[in-house]
Design a protein around this ligand. Structure first.
Ligand SMILES: [Zn+2]
Length: 282
């Protein structure tokens, strides 16, 4: 039995659905300011009072990062089957596909960042919390392999609750599969930039998200393997303030730089240009 099939949904073809704000207002969880949802979208979904970065749907992030009309999607038609016949999973997938307009929890393809061609993967927190099942792992692996074959630098934005429990071991094996593909990618001498966004946890943190040559993060992102509550209960100790936040990880050497959303495209373009030995931009 196969693990996935082609879907009638396209990953980006139905993106217009998601541009219509479902709620009129959104409250900032950090400073409690109430924003008009449409205004917030125009500000890249960043609170202008306190700088809090709201969760960003994958298609919006794609538009923020990739130059207009340069994106070519790969494997947009792949969608999960229900290999373990997990109770309720097939129905849940149908609902999420309908609501999000996506066929799975990651968009992959190639496109340009300020005129520089890259392989790009963007995880979708709005699709089952960006969890990694067989299709997410397969799409990421194909993205890495195609980028290697085409000699492209690779950029992956992670946002994930971890491995998708409804696919159990099929989800967990994606960690080894993506890791192996990245090892071959590194052997080819190509650049991989990983961008960690809120939240990046579980099997995604423990595989491709932390394997970048350069690991960037958005401010305030929760990044970790097990959640803080689980760790506290396991070790029987209180965790330090800010544990598992991007700033804490930067201080302890796990990530290389924190980049605000409004600066992200410019920063990626700068790193890509430097790596290619071209002119420094910005
Ligand atoms: Zn705020």
């Amino acid at each position: 039995m196969g693990l996935f099939r082609k879907s009638r949904y396209s990953q980006v073809g139905t993106r217009e659905i998601k541009d219509v704000p479902k709620n009129i207002a959104s409250k900032c969880p950090a400073c409690k300011h109430v924003h008009i949802s449409r205004d917030l979208s125009q500000k890249m979904k960043v609170c202008d009072r306190c700088g809090h970065h709201f969760s960003l749907p994958a298609s919006q992030r794609l538009r923020q990062i990739i130059d207009h009309n340069t994106f070519q999607e790969w494997d947009g038609e792949l969608t999960s089957l229900d290999p373990l016949e997990f109770p309720g999973y097939a129905e849940k997938l149908d609902q999420v596909r309908e609501k999000s307009g996506l066929s799975e929890a990651v968009i992959t393809g190639r496109g340009e960042i300020e005129g520089q061609l890259v392989g790009i993967g963007i995880m979708a927190p709005e699709f089952m919390l960006g969890s990694m099942g067989s299709v997410v792992g397969e799409k990421i692996t194909r993205l890495i392999n195609r980028s290697r074959e085409q000699g492209l630098p690779l950029v992956i934005f992670s946002a994930s609750g971890g491995a998708r429990m409804q696919e159990s071991i099929y989800s967990l094996m994606q960690m080894a599969k993506t890791g192996a593909a990245l090892a071959r990618f590194a052997d080819a001498g190509l650049l991989y930039i990983s961008v960690l966004t809120h939240p990046t946890t579980g099997g995604v943190t423990a595989s491709f998200a932390m394997l970048g040559d350069i690991n960037l993060a958005e401010p305030g992102s929760l990044i970790g393997f097990a959640g803080p509550r689980v760790i506290e209960q396991t070790i029987g100790q209180k965790l330090p303030e800010g544990f598992q936040r991007a700033e804490f990880l930067l201080e302890h050497g796990f990530i290389d730089r924190i980049v605000e959303r409004k600066e992200m495209k410019k920063e990626l373009a700068r790193i890509l240009a430097l790596h290619q030995g071209g002119e420094q931009v910005g």
